[in-house]
Design a protein around this ligand. Structure first.
Ligand code: HEC
Ligand code: HEC
Length: 287
C-alpha cells in the first residue's frame, strides 16, 4: 500500500490513527492470547454439543451426554430411598407406642421426623414447634387431641376440621354471639379468666359459672379442664391457643374459632407420618 506509515522510533507500521500526535502502532496480537482465544472457541463449541446449552421455546437443547441436574437429584433420591428401604418398611410396620427410645429405629424415626417437620410443619407450628396464636405449641404437655404417640399419629394422619379427610378430628364450638346475650358473654368470659388468674370482678365471674355449666361444660368439661374427644382445650391452665385476655376471650366466645390442620396422610408417606409423630412425641410433651 502506498500510504503505509511506519513509526520512525520503533520501525513498526501504524494504524493511521492519530491523537494529538500520538500514533497507534499496529502490533499483532500476542500469540499466547490468540491461542487461548481459539482454545476457548473450540471448548465452547464442544460444550454446547455435549451439554444442555441453547435455550429453545420449551427447555434448552439437551446435549449429547444427556446430562441433567434434575435427573441427578432424582437418582440420588432413589438411591437414598433404596438404602433406607429396610428401615422405612420397619417403621411402617412398627407398633409406635412400644418403640423404645434406645431402639435404633426410634432414633431413625426422630431424625427423619425432624426433617419432615422442618419442611412441612414449621410454617404453622414454628421451627422450634413452640406454635403461635391459633397454632398449638407442640413442646408442652397441654394437648387438644391427645399426647400419646398413637393419638399424635392419628391427628397428623387425618388432620383437624378439614373437608378432605372423612376421619379428620372434628368438633365445632358454636359462635355464642348468636346464642347468648352480651351480659352472659361478659360474665362467662370473666369466669373463664378467673380460672387461671385472680378474678377482677368475683361477682361477675360467679354469674359466669352458671352460664358456663349450661353452655360450655358439655365440651370443656364441668371443671373446664377440657375434653380431648372434642379437642376442647383446658381453660384452667393459663396456656392459651388464641389468648387469655378479656378482649381475645370475648372474641373467641362470640365468634368461635375453627382451627384447621391439613390431613398429612394424603401428602406424606406412611413412614413420614410415623416418623414425624415419633419426633413430635419426643419433643418434651409426649405422654
Ligand atoms: C396450615 C397450618 C398447619 C400445618 C402446616 C401443620 N399444622 Fe398441625 N395444627 C394446625 C392447627 C391450626 C392445629 C390446631 C387445630 C385445633 O384447634 O384443634 C394443629 C394441631 C396439631 C396437633 C395437635 C396438637 C394437640 O394439642 O393435640 C399436632 C400433633 C400437629 N398439629 C402436628 C403437626 C405436624 C406434625 C405437622 C407437619 C406434618 C403439622 N402439624 C402441620 C395447623 C397446622
Ligand atoms: C361443641 C363444643 C364446644 C362448646 C359447647 C364450647 N366450646 Fe369452647 N372450644 C371448643 C373447641 C373445639 C375449641 C378449640 C378451638 C378451635 O375451634 O380451633 C374451643 C376453644 C375455646 C377457647 C379458646 C381457648 C384458648 O386456648 O385460646 C375458649 C376461651 C373457649 N373455647 C371458651 C368456651 C366457652 C366460654 C364456651 C361456652 C360459652 C365454650 N367454649 C363452648 C369446643 C367447644
Amino acid at each position: 500500500m502506498t500510504d503505509k506509515k511506519i513509526d520512525k522510533e520503533t520501525g513498526v507500521e501504524t494504524t493511521g490513527h492519530n491523537w494529538d500526535g500520538i500514533e497507534e502502532l499496529n502490533n499483532p496480537l500476542p500469540r499466547w492470547w490468540l491461542w487461548t482465544l481459539y482454545a476457548c472457541i473450540v471448548w465452547a463449541i464442544g460444550y454446547t454439543i455435549l451439554y444442555p446449552a441453547w435455550p429453545m421455546i420449551s427447555g434448552a437443547t439437551p446435549g449429547m451426554l444427556g446430562y441433567s441436574t434434575r435427573a441427578n437429584v432424582a437418582n440420588d433420591i432413589t438411591a437414598h430411598e433404596a438404602k433406607n428401604a429396610a428401615l422405612t418398611a420397619d417403621l411402617v410396620a412398627a407398633d409406635l407406642p412400644t418403640l423404645a427410645p434406645d431402639d435404633p429405629l426410634h432414633r431413625y424415626a426422630v431424625a427423619r421426623g425432624a426433617s419432615v417437620f422442618r419442611a412441612q410443619c414449621s410454617q404453622c407450628h414454628g421451627s422450634g414447634a413452640a406454635g403461635a396464636k391459633g397454632y398449638p405449641n407442640l413442646l408442652d404437655d397441654d394437648w387438644l387431641w391427645g399426647g400419646d404417640v398413637a393419638s399424635i399419629a392419628t391427628t397428623i394422619d387425618h388432620g383437624i376440621r378439614n373437608d378432605t379427610d372423612p376421619d379428620a378430628r372434628w368438633s365445632q364450638m358454636p359462635a355464642f354471639g348468636d346464642i347468648l346475650s352480651r351480659e352472659e358473654i361478659t360474665s362467662v368470659v370473666a369466669y373463664v379468666g378467673s380460672l387461671s388468674a385472680p378474678a377482677e370482678d368475683p361477682g361477675l365471674a360467679d354469674a359466669g359459672a352458671t352460664v358456663f355449666s349450661d353452655n360450655c361444660a358439655a365440651c370443656h368439661g364441668d371443671n373446664a379442664q377440657g375434653n380431648r374427644d372434642m379437642g376442647a382445650p383446658d381453660l384452667t391452665d393459663a396456656i392459651w391457643l388464641y389468648g387469655g385476655d378479656t378482649a381475645t376471650l370475648t372474641e373467641t366466645v362470640t365468634k368461635a374459632r375453627f382451627g384447621v390442620m391439613p390431613a398429612w396422610g394424603q401428602r406424606l408417606t406412611d413412614a413420614d407420618v410415623a416418623a414425624v409423630a415419633v419426633y413430635v412425641h419426643g419433643l418434651g410433651g409426649g405422654e
